[in-house]
Design a protein around this ligand. Structure first.
Ligand code: PDD
Length: 288
């Protein structure tokens, strides 16, 4: 099977998979999701992603229709069926399909889909290209910790960033407070200290963000989960983004600010190396 998909217990080829027009994620964006990488067929930090999925479900008052163990089994089966060595698992839970009504449907069971896609593994360090980023206002709601499929403000910002030649946006709230990217978390080294927005309702608590924080602790590197402003960013000596898709990727510039050479800077380079060590060590984890 090319790209196996799973819809509430039934496995089909992704291109012929069908969901209802009245699915509430389709009509209202009433759903949550996760994207999980697998390397050499092993899911990377699946348990952490499933914990976050559970938190998102609770936050939107949805009960996950399957237990984490069941989801894990299905996820591994999909990877085995696909034959892909490296790729990602997409997983989405919606409030189900019901006649359109803003109120939650009373007798509709939540629906869950999963599918896998192939994606190349981590690029060798020397092939990672430092990004250009642009600062854009964060126009999202106040529950950004929920990984909901309501991504329109993220898409609009990402498109604007792309059209101005940037790979990602540095989103900021009033007062110039940097929150995160459109699909990533953001870190900067300012006056020798690694800074990133705390895991509040204003950002998604990224799994890659947490991996990086754990590496910083382990390596004894100075960091502070205190938000920085666009003004403080002018003093940054390093900046990078973290996400499941981009792993740890350095920036070379933000608007007119050019980050100093070498690129990646010393802290980012260390994190990139350590991240790769964790990917390699993942084979020995208990997730399969
Ligand atoms: N996005 N912040 C936002 C808004 C995100 O959408 C993402 C991930 C992250 C990074 O989280 P993690 O390290 O757990 O991937 C931060 C996913 C990958 C996506 O929408 O494709």
């Amino acid at each position: 099977m090319q790209n196996p998909a799973w819809i509430d217990g039934v496995v089909v080829e992704l291109s012929s998979a069908k969901v209802s027009l009245e699915d509430r994620a389709y009509l209202f964006g009433d759903g949550i999701y996760e994207v999980v990488r697998f390397y050499d067929r092993y899911l990377f930090f699946l348990a952490a992603h499933l914990d976050r999925l559970e938190n998102s479900a609770r936050a939107i008052r949805l009960l996950l229709p399957y237990r984490k163990e069941e989801i894990t089994t299905v996820a591994n089966e999909l990877i085995n069926k696909s034959g892909f060595e490296n790729g990602y698992l997409y997983l989405q839970v919606t409030r189900g399909s019901a006649m359109r009504d803003h109120l939650f449907p009373e007798s509709t069971a939540p629906s869950m889909i999963m599918y896998v896609r192939e994606m190349p593994p981590l690029a060798p360090l020397e092939q990672v290209k430092p990004f250009h980023l642009v600062a854009l206002p964060d126009e999202r709601w106040l529950n950004c910790h929920i990984k909901t499929v309501n991504l329109l403000p993220n898409l609009l910002a990402r498109q604007r960033a792309f059209e101005s030649g940037a790979a990602e946006a540095v989103l900021y709230r009033p007062g110039g407070i940097v929150t995160e990217g459109t699909r990533s978390n953001i870190f900067a080294v300012i006056e020798g200290v690694v800074r990133t927005h705390p895991a509040t309702n204003l950002i998604l608590p990224g799994i890659s963000r947490q991996i990086v924080l754990d590496i910083l602790v382990e390596q004894g590197l100075l960091f502070n989960e205190v938000a920085f402003t666009l003004e403080e960013l002018q003093k940054a000596t390093e900046l990078w983004v973290t996400s499941t898709n981009m792993e740890v990727n350095p920036a070379r510039s933000v608007d007119s600010l050019i980050l100093p050479e070498p690129l990646p800077g010393p802290v980012c380079l260390k994190l990139m190396k350590e991240f790769r060590i964790r990917v390699a060590a993942n084979r020995n984890r208990m997730e399969k």
